[in-house]
Structures are given as C-alpha cells and as structure tokens.
Write a protein that binds this ligand. Structure first.
Ligand SMILES: Cc1cc2nc3c(=O)[nH]c(=O)nc-3n(C[C@H](O)[C@H](O)[C@H](O)COP(=O)(O)O)c2cc1C
Length: 203
C-alpha cells in the first residue's frame, strides 16, 4: 500500500498522474489531498470537486474506473485514519507535489495533518518517504528543510525534467517526474525510456 499526498504547491497533475499509474500497476493506493491543494487543483486542472473525495472524483472524470477498488481516500484533517499510525502497513508515502509549508512540517516533525503525520510515521518506522518539493527559487530555509528531511530518511525528488528524453508535450514532462518516483518505489513503468534504451534504439 502506497500513500500519495497532494499539497497546495503548483503541479497537482503530478500527484494525480502518480495515483493513476500506481493503480494501473495494480498497487493499493491511499490518497490524501490538502485543503489548499483543492484550490490549486480547481485552478490548474479546471476541476471543482463537489464532495469529500476530490481525487476519486477527478480520477473518475479522467476515465479511470476499473481499478478504483484498490483506491481509498481520506481527508487531510482525519487523524483517525489508519495511516496516521505506525501500526498501519503502508510501505511508502509520496507527497507530490510538496509545498514548502509541508516540507517544513515534515522536516520539523510538525504532524498536524494526515499528510504530515503519515510522513512522520514513515520516517519513524524507517519506511520510504518521498518528497517532491516544488518551488523556485529556493530560500536557504527551503534548502535547510530539505537537508533536515533527508537526514531523517526522506528522499527528495524535485520535479526537474530531463531533456535528454526529448519531451514533446507537457504530458512527457509530467511523465518523466512520475516515472522517476515510480523507479524510486522499485516499480517498473513505460512512461519514458531509460537512457541506454533510448540511445540504442536511435543508433
Ligand atoms: C495557485 C497556487 C500555487 C502555489 N504554488 C506553490 C508552490 O509551487 N510551492 C509552494 O511551496 N507553495 C505554493 N503555493 C502556496 C501553498 O498553497 C500554501 O503555502 C499552502 O499553505 C500550502 O499548504 P499545504 O502544504 O497544506 O497544502 C501556491 C498557492 C497557490 C494558490
């Protein structure tokens, strides 16, 4: 089981695509969308959720229905959800995108939301905690928080596209970051060709 948190940094599509791909890879996924991420999703994806499960609604709207049995969603304020406890068996949490506020909370153990608490749990239980921080430029506070989170065991995977895959669309750019995170989770994907495969095909 993999937890995917979406916070209010720009790039909600990254988290949405990650959930879609993980479900396609037959993973169980728990989704949590922060209150601010709802607003950003409304703006960036022209999508206004009507209920308490914004991501499920969006997945359905985007045509993913077959695998939704493997998907669960909780409110970011719901600290009674199973993933708020170390007794829950999730193996990894990915926060994609991670706002600088959530980065700060994770780096400093300020676990007042389900997303930050599940990261806190992952770090204390020595499970995978992958943060995809999105901001530019970075202040020293941001950099120090990334350093602190890394020292505590988090992996930092900023959404930085590699141009050697010759992206032709925004989808290609999004898929690159999503694919890199899926690689970190130890799963295989076909979202982009790895460097050797790319060059050997072209030669
Ligand atoms: C349209 C929009 C884009 C934003 N983009 C970013 C961003 O890229 N990085 C960031 O750290 N905060 C960004 N913010 C600010 C965060 O949403 C804000 O700090 C919020 O409190 C984060 O809360 P959360 O981490 O609980 O979602 C953005 C806000 C809006 C409205």
């Amino acid at each position: 089981m993999i937890v995917v948190g979406i916070t209010g940094a720009s790039g909600s599509i990254l988290g949405v695509r990650l959930v879609e791909e993980l479900l396609n890879l037959e993973q169980k996924v728990v989704g949590v969308v922060s209150a601010e991420a709802w607003s950003v999703m409304t703006h960036e994806l022209s999508f206004k959720p009507s209920g308490r499960e914004p991501l499920r609604e969006l997945l359905v709207k985007r045509g993913l229905t077959a695998r939704l049995g493997a998907y669960q969603e909780f409110d970011d304020k719901n600290l009674f959800a199973a993933i708020a406890s170390g007794t829950s068996s999730f193996r990894a949490v990915v926060v994609m995108p991670t706002s600088m506020k959530t980065l700060s909370a994770v780096a400093n153990g300020y676990a007042d939301s389900l997303i930050t608490r599940s990261c806190d749990v992952a770090l204390k239980e020595k499970r995978q905690c992958i943060l995809v921080p999105r901001e530019t430029p970075l202040s020293l506070i941001h950099v120090e928080n990334m350093r602190k989170a890394m020292l505590a065991g988090a992996q930092i995977a900023p959404p930085m596209p590699g141009f050697y895959t010759r992206p032709k669309s925004i989808d290609d750019v999004v898929n690159f970051t999503v694919g890199k995170v899926i690689n970190l989770l130890g799963l295989q994907h076909t979202l982009f060709k790895s460097w050797g495969a790319e060059t050997s095909e072209e030669s």
